[in-house]
Design a protein. Structure first.
Length: 130
């Protein structure tokens, strides 16, 4: 993996600094560091620099992201919710793989680097609809 330098960014506790990344790991942080030879240089334009975000609990196989508003107004029992999800999947022809990919791409674009997902095993749909 080639070296990368992100210049002129502000970490949460100060800035501006340059960040040197070697082999996918931060190797140095400091003001006006000279870039290594052949490094890819990115100008951070004074923006904030955060660690990657973590989505610690999601159900990517159930997402309706990008499909328009849906009011999930069902009974209080767990079986009411399960039957409603099955009905919506059938009616809308929800493709779990397409929806999961959509959610992952949007999360990555927003700075998420780790996603912990819980997959639904359903007697009607199967394992995540696959």
């Amino acid at each position: 993996m080639p070296a990368m330098v992100i210049k002129n960014v502000r970490p949460m506790d100060g800035g501006p600094v340059d960040v040197h990344v070697l082999d996918g790991t931060i190797a140095a942080i400091g003001a006006a560091l000279p870039p290594p030879p052949d490094a890819t240089v990115i100008d951070g334009e004074g923006r904030l620099m955060f660690p990657g975000f973590v989505d610690a609990h999601t159900h990517m196989d159930k997402t309706l992201l990008g499909m328009g508003w849906y009011r999930n107004d069902v009974g209080p029992a767990l079986i009411d919710k399960i039957e409603n999800e099955r009905k919506i999947r059938r009616e809308r022809g929800i493709d779990s793989s397409r929806q999961s990919t959509r959610q992952a791409r949007l999360a990555i674009a927003a700075g998420t680097t780790h996603i912990r997902t819980f997959v639904d095993v359903d007697t009607e749909v199967g394992l995540a609809g696959l």
